[in-house]
Design a protein around this ligand. Structure first.
Ligand SMILES: [Zn+2]
Length: 333
């Protein structure tokens, strides 16, 4: 599937085709194919369709697309070990053990993997590593969030490095620049980000990036790197914005807040333009959102998958499965 998308200009269209064809509920998928695809895609956008799974949908697809279909092939579903969905960004420090056990049991029952527990500063990163030690299956991101960056952090490189060397840790995050919420601390945020960017390069770790009010500056900076790995977390922007982050090599993180408080026609268009093989799902949940009014928790990722699925004309399960495979690929060294 990955191979197919790489050779195409319009990978998203092909992924949608494969996604629909992969649907467990074939009746529903077939019914959805022509209508959804015609309304959402322009057939000429597609250069070639390399792979279509499930022959019974082939005729419908040839009616819709004018592009040549190169090959008809059955693609096996990737084995994700019974996991359907993954939350690529949740803050796991601060829960009681009882709350954490409940959270994990609910997630497991609903086929959600809470993949990345994200740190916000060094103490909370360390606390998240402790959580991952008590509750296996959680991968940790260690980092200093731009909201909490202080001049003293510049002296804490050794501790950061030590935390990053723990076996539970596979990413650097949450890191970046926020000049919307904290415009006055930009002078501190940049060197703290720079320090963490250097570690990501040196340790070949993906970064979970936070960027508000500094898109151009951050992109200019990242372009100087020979390669960038990671995700633009909590994406809310236009299709052009999404494209510019993807060009840098980043995945785009879509969460519930992207689909609620930050949502609008432009964001919807952006989500539809992001190929499903470049997307991660997330909740950005924390003990505050879990117990508070917002009621975000890792299983909220299922709702995110369903909403994204409706925009892409595929099932929520398909979005979950693809984004879980993306997340695993991102974390691979
Ligand atoms: Zn976060």
């Amino acid at each position: 599937m990955r191979e197919a998308s790489c050779t195409l200009d319009q990978g998203f269209s092909v992924f949608t085709v494969i996604g629909i064809s992969h649907s467990a509920n074939t009746d529903q998928a077939e019914a959805n194919v022509p209508e959804q695809l015609i309304s959402r895609m322009v057939a000429q956008d597609i250069v070639h369709i390399l792979e279509i799974v499930q022959v019974q949908e082939y005729h419908q697809l040839t009616e819709v697309f004018t592009a040549p279909i190169m090959r008809l092939k059955t693609v096996d579903q990737q084995d994700l070990g019974g996991i359907m969905y993954s939350d690529s960004h949740s803050h796991l420090d601060g829960y009681t053990d009882e709350q954490m056990a409940t959270l994990l049991a609910e997630a497991k029952a609903r086929e959600v993997e809470i993949v990345i527990g994200v740190g916000s500063d060094l103490d909370r990163s360390e606390a998240t590593i402790e959580v991952a030690r008590r509750f296996p299956g959680i991968t940790v991101a260690v980092g200093i969030h731009p909201w909490w960056a202080t001049p003293a952090d510049l002296e804490r490189g050794a501790r950061l490095r030590q935390l990053l060397s723990q076996k539970e840790v596979a990413a650097i995050g949450e890191v970046g620049i926020d000049l919307e919420k904290n415009p006055s601390t930009g002078d501190v945020q940049w060197p703290v980000f720079e320090m963490q960017l250097g570690l990501a390069r040196e340790l070949n770790m993906p970064m979970l990036l936070h960027c508000k009010g500094a898109k151009k500056e951050m992109q200019d900076r990242l372009r100087k790197e020979s390669s960038v790995r990671g995700v633009m977390h909590g994406f809310a922007g236009t299709a052009v914005d999404a494209e510019s982050w993807m060009e840098l090599g980043l995945y785009i993180g879509i969460g519930m807040r992207t689909l609620t408080r930050n949502f609008g026609p432009e964001v919807q268009q952006a989500i539809q333009s992001i190929p499903l093989d470049r997307m991660l799902l997330e909740t950005d949940s924390s003990v505050r959102s879990y117990t508070g009014e917002e009621n975000l928790q890792p299983t909220t990722v299922i709702e995110v998958a369903e909403r994204v699925g409706r925009m892409h004309g595929v099932t929520g399960q398909e979005v979950g499965r693809l984004t879980t495979a993306n997340l695993r690929a991102m974390l691979k060294r």
